[in-house]
Design a protein around this ligand. Structure first.
Ligand code: GAL
Length: 496
């Protein structure tokens, strides 16, 4: 795996309800860094009004990056930023609805992929299809089909995705957690006991909770817990009405919430998600379950990932990815339509997504954006997902078998591909017939086949890109020999 590769996720989604979440399965389809920019539109003069709810730290910074790019391309266009404060669009959506109904649409507006776009604005015939822009920009080869599917209906595409957020994340104040001797929880039960011990150790409200602006933050908590209790398919069934909200698994999800809420700040109805983040920064709370726009917020406040704060999947959801995808669309009657088309092109461009997403805390919707410039958590998240079948949880490091599936470790090769998997030995033995399904062939001498190298000769790094530099390909004769005594230069050209 080279340094410039990330993995991509494959969507098995449903349209989002509250924050626009969809649950994914993940797949191995790397995307390579490449150079390039979007092609200019026909825009040029006049104005451009962009509507969103990105006023918080991180999110407003990401938006500003895209404005900068637009300004460079179209210096004679004046941009009006009509962002309306309130996390998850709690106020903005109502303002937008009034404007759209009154025939006063902005030139382009932020909207979640999924039914928030399709069942509302598209169904109401308020949007212009952007299919021809999609095609002329060649986004089919840059944006995964699964994402395209959730912004499409009736054979047309209706908006352009700018990012992929993860909704199921548990953020924690690393220094406080370490100092209290508490580990980041994997399961809901572990979170309950972590909260209880933090409280016993003097932190009155260890769980930061916001519910200002319509309670969407608590709905997200419930969504994450439903995913934890029932898995991705059950989650999709509940959200699409195929399973009942009275199901025992939903009751379980609510029961976990009931156990956690006594540890939360009681002023939650007067604070929004970014203020709940501030409780972590202040150390008055330790955990916050929130989408990874929280990461954009933390880093904009100079809080350092993996030093000041850490993150794990929200309890019980390891290996599952609740996606929240922000997009921009083109309303019918946009006053500055041509300028809006130029804006959509920036939103879908490599340059736009490379500038926007590191500030926003999300990863790009495009598959060709270099990971350099992203924080270590974004990079590690992606490295962690070098597995094909994420319904199988990762094997803890001390229990991994270098022989992967052949060694009884189903998270390994060929189900996934981890750096320590001994792919050569596994393949040699499989070629000799020794698969897990043909145990009679997985015996001596087949099960002794191999290249004689069972582990890396250099340690992994603890951070991205994890792997040490490869050895030069022209090395011969075993370990490198220094042919130049007295020097430490191991340049292969000096070898005998
Ligand atoms: C979500 C949105 C994110 C972020 C968050 C908080 O709905 O998708 O981009 O802005 O709200 O405002």
């Amino acid at each position: 795996m080279g340094n410039e590769r990330w993995t991509r996720r494959q969507f098995v989604g449903r349209a989002g309800k509250t924050a626009g979440g969809v649950v994914l399965g993940l797949s191995l389809a790397d995307f390579l860094a490449a150079c390039g920019t979007s092609s200019p539109g026909t825009a040029g003069t006049g104005k451009l009004e962009i509507f969103s709810w990105w006023t918080g730290p991180g999110e407003k910074d990401g938006l500003a990056e895209m404005f900068k790019i637009y300004k460079n391309k179209y210096p004679n266009v004046t941009i009006t930023n009509s962002a309306v404060a309130g996390g998850a669009g709690s106020t903005a959506k109502a303002v937008l609805a009034t404007r759209m109904q009154g025939g006063r649409p902005p030139d382009s507006f932020q909207v979640h992929a999924g039914q928030e776009l399709i069942a509302s604005w598209v169904k109401a015939n308020k949007m212009e299809a952007i299919t021809s822009i999609w095609n002329s920009e060649g986004w089919d080869s840059k944006i995964p089909k699964d994402l395209k599917d959730i912004v499409s209906s009736n054979g047309d595409v209706w908006s352009v995705p700018v990012n992929v957020h993860r909704g199921n994340a548990l953020w924690y104040n690393k220094k406080v957690l370490d100092s209290k001797g508490v580990s980041p929880p994997d399961t809901p039960e572990q979170l309950t006991s972590a909260l209880s011990s933090l409280k016993a150790k003097g932190i009155a409200n260890p769980l930061a909770l916001a519910s200002k602006g319509g309670n969407w933050q608590v709905q997200m908590l419930l969504e994450n817990n439903i995913l934890a209790a029932g898995g991705a398919d059950f989650y999709k069934n509940v959200m699409s009405g195929k399973a009942s909200f009275t199901d025992a698994k939903v009751v379980q999800a609510l029961t976990w919430m009931k156990q956690w809420l006594p540890y939360a700040n009681t002023d939650n109805s007067s604070i929004d998600w970014d203020e709940a983040d501030n409780r972590l920064i202040a150390g008055t709370a330790v955990f916050h379950i929130m989408g990874d726009w929280a990461k954009g917020d933390f880093t904009s406040k100079n809080w350092v990932p993996n030093t000041d704060f850490g993150v794990v999947p929200s309890p019980g959801t390891k290996g599952k990815y609740m996606i929240v995808c922000d997009t921009f669309g083109l309303p019918k009657g946009a006053p500055d339509r041509d300028n809006a088309v130029g804006w959509l092109k920036v939103c879908g461009s490599q340059e736009g997504q490379a500038a926007f997403n590191p500030k926003k805390g999300s990863i790009p919707a495009r598959t060709d954006v270099s990971p350099s410039g992203f924080d270590v958590i974004a990079q590690c998240d992606n490295a962690d997902e070098l597995r094909l079948n994420v319904s199988i949880p990762p094997t803890p490091a001390d229990k991994m078998s270098r022989m992967g599936v052949l060694g009884g470790d189903n998270a390994g090769f060929p189900n996934g591909r981890r750096p320590a998997d001994d792919v050569v030995d596994i393949e040699l033995r499989a070629l000799a017939g020794g698969t897990p399904f043909t145990p009679a062939y997985n015996v001596s001498p087949n099960n002794a086949l191999g290249d004689g190298i069972d582990k890396n000769d250099t340690p992994f790094f603890s951070t991205f890109p994890f792997l040490a530099s490869p050895h030069p390909g022209n090395e011969v004769g075993g370990p490198r020999v220094n042919s130049n005594p007295g020097s430490t230069n191991l340049n292969p050209n000096n070898l005998p």
